[in-house]
Design a protein around this ligand. Structure first.
Ligand code: LLP
Length: 409
């Protein structure tokens, strides 16, 4: 969101008030220009290597976002038959889609393979099943757990020894036995360390572990290092230095490829990096309570629309779009759900009055995709602002949507 010299906010020159007047409130808004910029940033960060981006679409599965990604050369990582279907509807061909399951029923893997997607096998039992079912007729990747702890908080770390994800690198011998037994065609090794990882060091550590394991697989075409780059949550926030990381990983990857004897593809699966900063959740202040203990700003939204602050303690910067130059005041910003759904504690904002339009930043990733109908509340609409035009890309839910799965009306 840009702040003009006249102290007004805009998204690609569109006043956010105009967006909520047209499309209603609360409202998810995505800025397509930010997504394009983030994709370019990543594409340019890995010089001289064959790098592919597989967008981890769990971050945001709106079909218009998926189509935008496809148009700008980004492929897909999916984790469920539903996400796979959305990718196909968005125009991806199945061979551009990787299925990264996590202990799913094997039937889901069969569906994905039959559709033509490539699978990241995440357990020894699944590897056995894959071998029995397909022998050497279908290729797959193996998801390795490198036993490295990194990530913004414990809930979003996925590669430490206690994590449920992937096959421990300590079981390499067992993996090799199963691969040999069924002559499985392993074309790639995969791992995902966690989310919100700022430093280059954990990425380099897991890359080295994967390169070492890769020496045991002669037919590799791909090394997939997952996602997890840390984005900016407030002005001046420290983020993953992509130029530095890109340079260092590229160097090591080139060295690995020359030792391996063949040029491989390097894949990344970012979610947040590509879409987090593009998104805003626009809400209105409903009630401002001047309680003896604290000032509360209630808004017409809650953990049903944006659960990250309550689930992970995540920081979402908040702007008072209606009163950018108001005198600073400190508030707890809270939702309308019958739970303690606090978006922000002791947050200093330009003075808020009932009706003011507020914007939660970093709402492009894991916002609407993690939303719910708790308290029989409806999901907001979504709007994409791209090439200076605001388009409705998901209509607001209605009570009929909520009732349509009930069988006893
Ligand atoms: N690849 C795999 C296999 C993943 O499990 C994930 C995220 C990603 C890629 C993308 O990670 P990213 O680049 O977005 O950090 N809901 C949490 C984040 C959980 C991420 C789960 N897996 C949050 O809102 O912070």
């Amino acid at each position: 969101m840009q702040l003009s010299a006249q102290n007004t906010y805009s998204i690609q020159n569109i006043d956010p008030h105009q967006l909520t007047e047209t499309f209603g409130s609360p409202l998810y808004v995505y800025d397509g220009a930010t997504i394009r910029r983030k994709v370019q940033e990543l594409q340019h960060a890995f010089p001289g290597i064959n790098m592919k981006i597989k967008y981890a679409c769990k971050a945001n599965t709106n079909l218009s976002i998926l189509r935008l990604m496809r148009e700008i050369g980004v492929e897909l990582d999916v984790v469920s038959p539903g996400e796979l279907e959305m990718g196909l509807i968005a125009g991806y061909s199945a061979n551009q889609i990787t299925f990264t399951p996590s202990g799913v029923p094997f039937e889901e893997v069969r569906e994905a393979v039959d559709a033509g997607a490539i699978v990241n096998v995440d357990s020894i039992p699944l590897l056995e099943w894959f071998g029995q079912t397909y022998g050497n007729t279908k290729p797959c990747l193996i998801r390795i757990k490198p036993n490295v702890a990194a990530g913004g908080n414990a809930k979003i770390m996925t590669a430490h020894a206690d994590s449920k994800f992937g096959i421990s690198v300590l079981l390499l011998e067992q993996i090799l036995e199963v691969v040999k037994k069924y002559d499985i065609k392993i074309i790639g090794l995969h791992q995902h360390t966690g989310s919100d990882i700022k430093d280059a060091e954990p990425f380099l550590k897991v890359a080295d572990i994967l390169f070492e394991a890769a020496k045991h697989f002669p037919d590799l075409e791909i090394v997939d290092l997952g996602g997890g780059f840390k984005v900016s949550y407030l002005p001046g926030d420290e983020i993953t230095d992509m130029d530095l990381l890109g340079r260092k990983i590229s160097e090591r990857f080139k060295k690995f490829c020359s030792e391996y004897g063949r040029e491989l593809q390097l894949w990344f699966e970012p979610g947040k990096f590509l879409v987090s900063e593009s998104g805003y959740l626009l809400v209105n202040a409903t009630v401002v309570k001047e309680d003896p203990a604290r000032n509360f700003v209630h808004v017409n939204s809650g953990l049903n629309h944006l659960i990250r602050p309550m689930m992970y303690g995540s920081y979402h910067h908040i702007l008072n779009v209606s009163n950018p130059s108001g005198e600073p005041k400190t508030y707890n910003v809270v939702g309308y759900i019958c739970e303690t759904d606090t978006f922000a504690t002791d947050r200093t904002l330009p003075k808020v009055k009932a009706g003011d339009l507020l914007a939660f930043l970093n709402a492009g990733a894991y916002g609407l995709t993690m939303s719910s109908n708790y308290n029989a509340r409806l999901r907001p609409a979504e709007v994409l602002v791209d090439q200076a035009e605001a388009k409705l890309i998901r209509r607001r839910e209605t009570l009929e949507d909520l009732l349509k799965t009930q069988t006893n009306l």
